[in-house]
Ligand binder design. Structure first.
Ligand code: PNS
Length: 164
């Protein structure tokens, strides 16, 4: 049985992340979405919020679970018996960083393999950072994140959704 982890900060989960989640869950036997407890990073959403937002969006995927982890990814993978890391590649700019992480993780544990899914074209420009930047100015984020998160994200910046 192949257990994979899709690790990330997911601050917040975007439609680009959802695309990778849905597609990778079709490929592997079991997918764990692993939310990094990045205490050093100033995250917009707490760890609990990020985990529960992903759970809300993935409840209907039977071979998927959501968990949080801290420390090294390869150590956490040993703990949960996962051998595959899933990452999304948006553009060539992602490649260098992703290659470095993938190679390092493989050296740390040769049983660990990273597989990359190319993001669907319509999300190739998308990142949580861009979403936060737009939302902080009250910009339209409806094409970037699941509909049900829009108000929650705006609230973090003291904005409300503009009605047309
Ligand atoms: O959402 P992100 O920031 O692109 O995710 C990065 C993530 C979580 C995959 C990466 O930072 C990670 O695996 N962090 C855990 C610590 C670790 O194992 N670092 C070594 C990788 S070189």
């Amino acid at each position: 049985m192949k257990r994979a982890i899709y690790p990330g900060s997911f601050d917040p989960l975007t439609l680009g992340h959802m695309d990778i989640i849905v597609r990778s869950a079709r490929i592997v036997d079991e997918l764990v979405v692993g939310v990094l407890n990045n205490s050093a990073k100033n995250s917009l959403f707490s760890l609990e919020e990020r985990v529960s937002m992903i759970k809300e969006m993935t409840a209907d995927i039977p071979n998927l679970s959501v968990a949080s982890f801290d420390g090294l990814l390869v150590d956490y993978m040993k703990e949960i018996n996962a051998t595959i890391i899933v990452r999304g590649l948006r553009a060539v700019t992602d490649f260098e960083y992703e290659l470095q992480i993938a190679q390092t993780n493989h050296v740390e544990n040769p049983d660990v393999e990273t597989i990359f899914l190319t993001t669907s074209l319509q999300y190739s420009y998308l990142s949580s950072t861009i979403v936060k930047e737009f939302a902080s100015y009250g910009g339209d984020i409806s094409k970037f994140v699941p509909e049900r998160f829009i108000d929650r994200i705006y609230q973090k910046y003291g904005h409300s959704r503009k009605t047309v």
